[in-house]
Design a protein around this ligand. Structure first.
Ligand code: SF4
Length: 192
């Protein structure tokens, strides 16, 4: 089992005071992957937080104003910023970030992941960004916008993620059909 230490301890100084809610501190170690996993399975989030990395993720990077300060190369796809978010690609003219999902269903986790990307960029001083999730298998696109309501939902989730990953023991398994496709399936369900 490959083991990877997630990017913990990357603290984000939020430059946009409006983004800072009283109940949520201005620094966080939450990543885009954490957000996705949180909305899939809390146990999966916890296992990932412990460095159990069983899925390969690409870390190629992109160029751009913010990216120039934080990324590692000048590719025009797969924008890795601070090891916290990894955007599939950005349309610099329209200010739309794109996330491509090969899933055959539209999922809440996808939306919240892209909302986190927009939130993170806003905290770094990049305004006017919207998102779009592309589902090539469904031939469908979903627009994503960080409204006040969505922002509050996202920040509540971020606080809950911090709570979950600080727990000594993993959350209980969930018995869902997608467990069989989960990278942690053997870990959760073998020899039980
Ligand atoms: S196999 Fe199921 S219970 Fe285990 S981490 Fe994956 S989704 Fe969660």
């Amino acid at each position: 089992m490959p083991v990877r230490t997630p990017n913990r301890g990357t603290h984000l100084p939020c430059r946009d005071k409006a983004m800072t809610m009283e109940r949520f501190r201005s620094t966080s170690s939450v990543t885009g992957t954490d957000i996705n996993y949180y909305f899939v399975c809390h146990r999966k989030l916890w296992l990932f937080s412990r460095g159990l990395q069983m899925e390969h993720t690409s870390d190629t990077v992109y160029t751009g104003k913010v990216v120039d300060e934080n990324s590692y190369s000048r590719e025009d796809k797969h924008v890795d910023i601070d090891g916290v978010i990894n955007i599939d690609w950005i349309d610099k003219d329209s200010g739309v970030i794109h996330e491509v999902k090969k899933s055959n269903s539209v999922e809440k986790a996808h939306e919240m992941q892209v909302l986190f990307y927009i939130w993170y960029l806003k905290c770094k001083g990049v305004d006017g960004i919207t998102g779009e999730i592309d589902y090539p298998l469904l031939k469908q696109k979903t627009a994503v916008e960080l409204t006040q309501v969505k922002r509050e939902e996202l920040e509540t989730a971020m606080a809950d993620i911090e709570r979950i990953i600080s727990q000594a023991l993993p959350p209980q398994r969930i018995n869902r059909t997608f467990c069989k496709k989960c990278s942690y399936f053997e870990l959760c369900w073998t020899n039980t």
